[in-house]
Design a binder for this molecule. Structure first.
Ligand code: CA
Length: 231
């Protein structure tokens, strides 16, 4: 099994050492780069699972590094920067960074952000594995035929409802946040999308008869998101 590899890109030795020590204590595998050029070279040759990126590098602007990496990879990038202006955060996030941490930061917060990135990664990976037949309780999804059956009865879903149910199914047992689901299904995250999501979920539940079940398949996590319960 390959360890989760983190690339630390930071020219300030004390910060680099702090991050490295934190990762080491928590048993993450890591490598370091001190310049933009080294960061790109390392990202291409070592294919890390996550990059922690300082914006102020001696030879490059971190935002350009993000753009360069995004031209060939979707690997998670967390910016760690002393720049706390909104405009800097927006530039980095627009360029494709996944998250932004302002210096000075607490190591606990850094570790929490890394865990979020890891969950996101395992969630993307589980999507790739969605083939064949899925079965949970009396729900059966045939991914090849995009067909759904519940208690032996064929369930007619719209394309969006099917995609939502499939997303919950391939992530069975995991809570998916509103923003995660909306990003995946609609590609954006607006307030109106949350309303739309609620409506769709209510319809799916009705179609699969979830309210009449002793053990409902779909669970609502108020203010957080939804999950499919694993039986
Ligand atoms: Ca720096």
């Amino acid at each position: 099994m390959k360890y989760f590899q983190i690339l630390i890109v930071e020219d300030d030795q004390s910060v680099r050492n702090l991050i490295a020590a934190t990762l080491k204590v928590h048993q993450y595998a890591f490598m370091t780069a001190e310049s933009g050029e080294e960061a790109i070279r390392c990202a291409v040759s070592q294919k890390p699972d996550l990059i922690l990126l300082d914006l102020g590098l001696p030879d490059a602007d971190g935002v350009d590094i993000i753009k360069s990496i995004r031209s060939w990879s979707q690997l998670p990038i967390i910016v760690i920067s002393a720049r706390s202006e909104d405009s800097d955060k927006i530039r980095a996030l627009d360029a494709g960074a996944d998250d932004y941490l302002t210096k000075p930061f607490s190591t606990d917060e850094l570790l929490a952000r890394i865990r979020v990135a890891q969950r996101r990664l395992s969630y993307i990976q589980s999507r790739a594995e969605s083939s064949g037949i899925f079965q949970n309780s009396d729900l059966i999804i045939d991914f090849e035929a995009a067909a759904v059956k519940c208690a032996g009865r064929k369930i007619h879903l719209t394309a969006t409802e099917y995609r939502l149910l499939k997303l919950l199914a391939v992530n069975v047992g995991k809570v998916l946040t509103y923003s995660m689901i909306i990003k995946e299904i609609w590609g954006s995250c607006l307030e109106t999308d949350i309303v739309s999501l609620r409506v769709h979920m209510a319809t799916i539940r009705k179609k699969i008869g979830d309210s009449e079940r002793e053990e409902p398949l779909i669970e609502t996590h108020v203010g957080i998101g939804y999950s499919m319960v694993k039986y």
